[in-house]
Design a binder for this molecule. Structure first.
Ligand code: GLY
Length: 395
């Protein structure tokens, strides 16, 4: 009888706790359960055999893996760190460490700008969560490598080397809006080393981006090509959007996220103002669907009969949560919640055991290059998990 009472009191308390759980908390718990199953399966597949592989997408029934110098190589390790943070289960941290260690040589990579993404998502999260010996050194060395791409006359970090299709375009020193995302590594490197060089380069790059990438309405072009000798702008183009004048969706999300982060790292009001200007362009855009997950380009031909980009939605949701935390403006929270709800619905979130182990369906890599169209992408999942964490912290 006594046990019966204890059990029914416990059951009552649990039912009450469940009933008091907010809809967002329930959604986050449900997403975490899906993520455990999906990312767990992907992790097992990536660790089959003797070497660790890096899952990037799922196409034609197969998981596609990338080499470590690919720009997306840090995101899977980052997802494992986020799974550790979301669940508190050390098992995820053990695997995250293995996948992060696999990326050690990235600190010496100098032939493109994406090392901020790659090392920030992997080593950066590992350092933040576990303070692992040596991770700080890797981050500072990576920042040094990134700074070899700084072009003082133009005041920017060159994104891509000019070869292959970039050379065919006749570019000299292309800088893409995505590059804002690499600056967090530089801000961190100054904090870790005390050397202000990294901070100053990041600020110069962000200021030049405001000056040269943005249009009056708050949208940004994808590529600005500079003359590295005179520093003059040679032209403005797109690489992954539908036209030079369009607003490529993921690029807008990178800008929003990048300037919100730049404000967090510097406290400079001009970066917060830029982030809010971008948010206003996006949230008032007539081509942003009612469910808030963007088409692959805000000016794509054929809207609404064209592809959505879940990755652009996940990055935007995560950025808006941070912007809400900074400004306290309810609109950002409401919109980010709307994005998270749509991404967590069957329209975008895969059923367990499908989608090759990725969480989200329907992202677009680069439509003009015919690459990764309407597929899962590891960075969509990475920023989705980050958005869950940011939302949970707000709760
Ligand atoms: N940074 C490359 C992309 O967003 O596709």
């Amino acid at each position: 009888m006594k046990y019966y009472r204890i059990i029914s009191a416990l059951a009552g308390t649990m039912a009450l706790a469940w009933a008091c759980t907010s809809p967002m908390e329930k959604l986050i718990r449900e997403d975490v359960e899906v993520a455990k199953a999906q990312i767990g399966a992907l992790m097992a597949a990536s660790e089959e055999g003797d070497t660790i592989r890096i899952p990037a997408t799922f196409k034609e029934g197969e998981i596609k893996y990338v080499p470590i110098d690919d720009w997306v190589s840090g995101f899977f390790a980052g997802e494992l760190w986020y799974m550790y943070e979301l669940t508190g289960d050390e098992m995820w941290a053990d695997h995250a460490m293995k996948h992060t260690g696999n990326l050690d040589s990235l600190q010496w990579l100098t032939w493109h700008h994406d090392v901020g993404f790659m090392v920030g998502s992997s080593f950066g999260n590992g350092l933040r969560l576990k303070n692992i010996d040596g991770y700080k050194d890797v981050m500072v060395q990576t920042a040094k490598s990134l700074c070899t791409r700084f072009r003082p006359a133009a005041g920017i970090i060159q994104s891509w080397d000019v070869k292959g299709w970039q050379a065919e375009k006749g570019w000299a020193c292309p800088v893409i809006i995505d590059n804002m995302m690499n600056l967090e590594l530089l801000f961190n490197a100054t904090a870790f080393s005390g050397d202000s060089t990294y901070f100053n380069i990041a600020v110069s790059h962000a200021d030049k981006t405001i000056e040269n990438h943005f249009r009056e309405d708050g949208s940004s072009v994808h590529v600005v090509d500079y003359d590295p000798v005179t520093g003059e702008v040679r032209g403005r183009y797109t690489a992954q959007g539908c036209s030079d004048d369009s607003a490529w969706a993921r690029g807008q999300s990178w800008g929003l996220y990048g300037f919100t982060m730049a404000y967090r790292c510097t406290g400079y009001e001009r970066y917060l103002a830029q982030a809010e200007k971008i948010a206003s362009f996006l949230l008032n855009n007539p081509n942003l669907p009612a469910d808030l997950v963007p088409y692959w380009d805000y000016d794509a031909p054929g809207i609404p009969d064209t592809y959505r980009d879940a990755s652009a939605g996940a990055i935007m949701a995560s950025a808006l949560y941070e912007l809400y935390t900074i400004t306290g403006k309810e609109l950002y929270l409401q919109k980010a919640d709307g994005m998270l709800e749509t991404l967590s619905s069957p329209s975008f979130r895969a059923e367990n055991g499908t989608n090759g182990g990725f969480i989200l369906m329907h992202s677009v890599g680069s439509l003009p290059h015919g690459s990764s169209i309407d597929v899962p992408l590891n960075y969509a999942d990475y920023y989705f998990l980050e958005a869950l964490l940011r939302r949970r912290n707000i709760e």
